[in-house]
Design a protein around this ligand. Structure first.
Ligand SMILES: Cc1ncc(COP(=O)(O)O)c(C=O)c1O
Length: 455
C-alpha cells in the first residue's frame, strides 16, 4: 500500500495534481515551488518527506510546548479514544473538560474563576470581545461596546479578532472590517513612534490609551485587548511600567483588560502566564497554541470572578454567556490539555524556560559580532533579533535581509519565525541547552552565508 508520505512525495514531481489542491497559509505558488512538507517529528526535531532533519526552533508555531512525540500526552489521548470522543455540547460537557477548566483556574493568576473552551485562538479572542460586551450589558452598561486594540498586533483571522488586530497586510484585503474597533500604538521602544527615549518618555504609548478612552467617552468603551508581548510587530516586549499602567487606566474607566496570551500562555515566558511574568492580572485571559502541545486543537478563555459571577444569574433574567462552538471542550482535546499541563507542572518546564531563555539571550548576544543586530527582545523562549544595516543609526536593510537569513536557516536545518527585519525563536519548553546552542549556531552560519552573498 502506498503511504501518505509516498503520495505526497509525488507532489514535487506532480505539482499540478497535488499541490494546487491544498490552500496553505503561505502564498500558494511560492509554496508549490519549494514545498515544506513534514513527515514525522520527535522531541525538538522534524523530518520532511525527503527525510531532511530540522531543529524545531518555533514549536511548530509556538504550539508544541512539550515537544513532539511526547508519550505522556499521546498515551492519555489514546486512553481517551477508548472512553469518550465527543459529548453533547448543547446540553452539557464531559469530565475531562471540567477537570481541565478546574486545573486552568488553579494555575491561573489571582481570582480567575471560570473557563470557556474553544478550538483555536481566533475563536477565543473573538469570544473575549463578546464576553466584554455582554458583561457590560448584564451590568446595565449596554453602551460600552468599543474595543481598543493596537497596531501591529494579531488576534486572529475571524472577522472580530481581525478587526481587533492591527496588521495592515491582513486587514486591508478583508475590509470593510467590523465597526467599534480603535487602535493605538504599541510600546515599540526601539523605534518609538513618538520619537522618545525610555525611561524619560513618560510612557506616552500607555498614557494615550487613557486619553483615547477618555476622548471616546468611557461610557462607550468595553475593553482594551493586548498581547502582553506582541508577536507580529517583532516581539514587542513592553517596559515594566506599561502593563500596570494599562491596568490602572482600565480600572479607572470600568474598561475590561484582555490579555491575548495565545502565544505567551502556558509557560512560554518562564511563568505559566505572561500575566504572572509582568505581575498584572487581566480581566479576561485568552490562551491556545501550547495548551494541548499541538496534539489536538483546544484553546480557552479565562475570566475573573467578577465577570464569571455576572454570567451566573437567575436563568429567568440572565442568559449566561451567549457563545458556543461544536468542538468546545472536546474530550480528546481536553485529555491532551490535561496531559500537557501535567508535563509542564511536574517537570517544572517553566524553570527550564527561564534557564534556556537566558542561554538563548546569550546566544543572540554572541551574534552581534556580525554587526547587523540592532536589538534583542523578548522573554523566556520567545525572543527575537532585529536586523539593521547599522546598529548605530538603526538604519534598516533595503532590501530587507530577514527572509533571506530565515530561508537560509531553513536550508541549514532550523525552523525559525522570520520577517523582513527580524527573526524569532520559540522552541519547545523541553529544549535543552545543547539544542539552544545548535539553533544559535545554525543562525550564526546562516547570517554569515547571507552576508557572504548566499541567497
Ligand atoms: C497572539 C495571537 N492571537 C491569536 C491568534 C489566532 O490563533 P489561531 O490561529 O489558533 O486562530 C494567534 C495565531 O497566531 C496569535 O499569535
Amino acid at each position: 500500500m502506498t503511504t501518505p508520505t509516498e503520495i505526497i512525495s509525488d507532489a514535487q514531481t506532480s505539482e499540478e495534481k497535488f499541490l494546487r489542491q491544498i490552500m496553505v497559509r503561505s502564498q500558494m505558488k511560492s509554496f508549490a515551488a519549494d514545498p515544506l512538507i513534514m513527515a514525522r517529528a520527535d522531541g525538538v526535531h522534524y523530518w520532511d518527506i525527503n527525510d531532511k532533519q530540522y531543529l524545531d526552533g518555533l514549536s511548530g508555531i509556538y504550539v508544541v510546548s512539550v515537544g513532539h512525540n511526547n508519550r505522556r500526552v499521546i498515551d492519555s489521548i489514546k486512553q481517551q479514544f477508548d472512553t469518550l470522543t465527543f459529548s453533547p455540547v448543547m446540553h452539557g460537557t464531559n469530565p475531562l473538560a471540567v477537570q481541565l477548566a478546574n486545573k486552568l483556574v488553579e494555575v491561573a493568576p489571582d481570582d480567575m474563576a471560570a473557563t470557556k473552551f474553544f478550538s483555536g485562538g481566533s475563536e477565543t479572542t473573538e469570544a473575549a470581545i463578546k464576553m466584554a460586551r455582554q458583561y457590560h450589558r448584564l451590568k446595565g452598561n449596554a453602551s460600552k461596546y468599543k474595543i481598543i486594540g493596537r497596531y501591529h498586533s494579531w488576534h486572529g483571522s475571524t472577522m472580530g479578532s481581525l478587526s481587533a488586530g492591527g496588521l495592515k497586510s491582513r486587514r486591508a484585503v478583508n475590509e470593510p472590517l467590523a465597526t467599534g474597533f480603535l487602535h493605538v500604538f504599541p510600546p515599540t521602544c526601539y523605534r518609538c513612534p513618538f520619537d522618545k527615549q525610555y525611561p524619560d518618555c513618560g510612557l506616552t504609548c500607555a498614557s494615550l490609551v487613557n486619553d483615547v478612552i477618555d476622548l471616546e467617552d468611557p461610557d462607550t468603551v468595553a475593553a482594551v485587548i493586548v498581547e502582553p508581548i506582541g508577536h507580529t510587530g517583532g516581539i514587542i516586549d513592553p517596559p515594566e511600567e506599561y502593563l500596570p499602567l494599562l491596568r490602572e487606566y482600565c480600572d479607572r474607566h470600568d474598561v475590561l483588560l484582555i490579555f491575548d496570551e495565545i502565544i505567551t500562555g502556558v509557560g512560554r515566558t518562564g511563568e505559566m502566564f505572561a500575566a504572572q511574568t509582568f505581575g498584572v492580572t487581566p480581566d479576561l485571559l485568552c490562551l491556545g497554541k501550547g495548551l494541548s502541545g499541538g496534539y489536538a486543537p483546544i484553546a480557552a478563555l479565562l475570566c475573573r470572578k467578577h465577570i464569571a459571577e455576572a454570567f451566573w444569574g437567575d436563568p429567568e433574567s440572565n442568559p449566561g454567556f451567549v457563545e458556543g462552538h461544536t468542538f468546545e471542550g472536546n474530550p480528546i482535546s481536553s485529555a491532551a490539555g490535561l496531559a500537557t499541563l501535567s508535563e509542564i507542572l511536574e517537570r517544572d518546564l517553566c524553570a527550564n524556560v527561564r534557564t534556556q531563555g537566558e542561554r538563548l539571550r546569550a546566544g543572540f548576544e554572541s551574534l552581534k559580532k556580525h554587526g547587523i543586530i540592532g536589538d534583542i527582545r523578548g522573554k523566556g523562549l520567545m525572543q527575537c533579533i532585529e536586523l539593521v544595516k547599522d546598529p548605530a543609526t538603526k538604519e534598516q536593510f533595503d532590501p530587507p535581509i530577514g527572509q533571506a537569513i530565515g530561508r537560509r536557516a531553513l536550508e541549514n536545518g532550523l525552523i525559525s519565525r522570520f520577517d523582513p527585519h527580524w527573526i524569532a525563536l520559540g522552541p519547545p519548553l523541553t529544549v535543552t541547552g545543547e539544542q539552544i546552542d545548535q539553533m544559535v549556531a545554525i543562525l550564526d552560519q546562516s547570517i554569515a552565508d547571507v552576508l557572504n552573498g548566499a541567497n
